[in-house]
Design a binder for this molecule. Sequence first.
Ligand SMILES: [Zn+2]
Ligand SMILES: [Zn+2]
Length: 556
Amino acid sequence: MAQPLAREVVEEIAKQYGVCIRPVPLRRQDILTGQVEVIDVPCGATLESKCPPCAKRNRQLRRAQCREGWHLEAEPVNLPDNADEYQRHLVELRADAQAWRDEVEKAGGDTTDLDAAIEDLDEEINRAGMRGNVLGRASGKRSRSTKRRQDAPDLPKRQMTKTTLGRTFTGADGKTYRPSMFVTLTLPSYGRVLEGAPPDPDRCDYVRAARDALHFSKLVDRFVQNLRRVAGYDVQYFATVEPQKRLAPHLHMAIRGTLPRAELRQIIAATYHQVWWPSTDVVRFEGKHLPVWEDGAGYLDPTTGEVLPTWEQALDALDQDDEAEPLHVLRFGDQLDIQSVLAGTPDADQLIQYLSKYLTKSLGDALGTDDPRRKAHAERLLEALRFEPCSPTCPNWLRYGVQPKGAKPGMAPGRCRGKAHKPDHLGYAGRRVLVSRKWSNKTLTEHKQDRRTWVLEALGLPDEPVDPHRYIWRPVKPGDPDLAPIGVRLLRSVHERQRWRNHLARLEAEADGQDLMTNNELPVWRLGTGSRQQVSTPKIWTPSPIERPCPSLVAG
Ligand SMILES: [Zn+2]
Ligand SMILES: [Zn+2]
């Protein structure tokens, strides 16, 4: 069926129909009927995914989520969601993947792919609306000695009220206004950059750039803490982390409610984060001179046989050392942009478009450019990241004479598989969309559910909850005889989508006819080339795609 068509052609068709081009095949067994089917689940795709239809759908959902919460007029009610079928399925899959991984490891095989798959699954599970770690591991927070505790910066502090809503103001006309804010935060300069590359690379501080990117999300957390303390209410935000041309991550944040501009500037200037990790000043092991693993003991100095300090021991030593300095201190740069926004204005809508505009680009997209100067710039940053520890479990700690947390055989500095070291991430391995818990009444999963319900209603199908225990899901391995070639599977999905569309078009044509006969004033919906367009209600304002460039992108 798919033989005459090249894979690319089929993918193009699939994209036009909004069909996932990297579906995950799963074998579903219905325990009531005994029926077994192979079902393609959309890859679900992270925002920067290489699957454009899924990434686009995610972006639309994110916009809806952002709009929903920005100017909320009543406190959101957050009820714990029951794990739905999809979530349960993910958890089961996660358990299977872990079991395979452990088997492969026991047999001495390469676990790279499985590790990556497990990481993706964990992310997807969190995205699906569950909080915390599936394995239920306690976070094991250390109680740091008091002198290490970061002081709250010297900032005004208001009495905390329980509300998450911003203040409203009544204008002279008696109208109520609900102002909010849109803030862009950047990291400091690491040296002069022109058109995305430094004219003098030797004067560019790549180590600092690398560390700032690695710990950027912590700095954002600090900012939110400080913001709440000063604002005196439970400030909610929807933020996206995006790449700057100079390759540093930066942040756009929609904030519910408003603060005086001067105070916000004060908070940004006072916010800092200290990284209390062991020192990396001295390289103890490199090249062929590397620590060796001994079962039962851990990593040893290859010359003296001395056991290297474990991660916990290294942190304890750090705690007891009065002279110790933090490994790194982060602050925001002075390039910042603060805008006030009113609910329901064109500005608010443009900014929402803008927030999600770059989400499908990865932080390291500049690597793919043809400009040799920018390419070299990215490669120097990658080189700085190569031996920089990305987390307590990073094998790079061995280079500095510390056993990584959870040390195991086969670790070597410079060979960390963590995302942060990869060209696509350039140090920032955190989430690209940060949404506070009480942003809106809906989680992303619920927004997805809304769309599903809409389609099912339009099709006249019942949206009945499915008993989550009815199906047993199993992964399908490549080469499984039941698995049709990808081209065939994509075409099937396209066909299915076509069927839906035709059905919807028929329903709408019927509705059109009725509406037009009974009341000409009613809005008429018409299905065009796949997008819903409202054609007859008078438009108050038409959102146009925002082309205003990001201030820091221009400057950076
Ligand atoms: Zn996909
Ligand atoms: Zn690492």
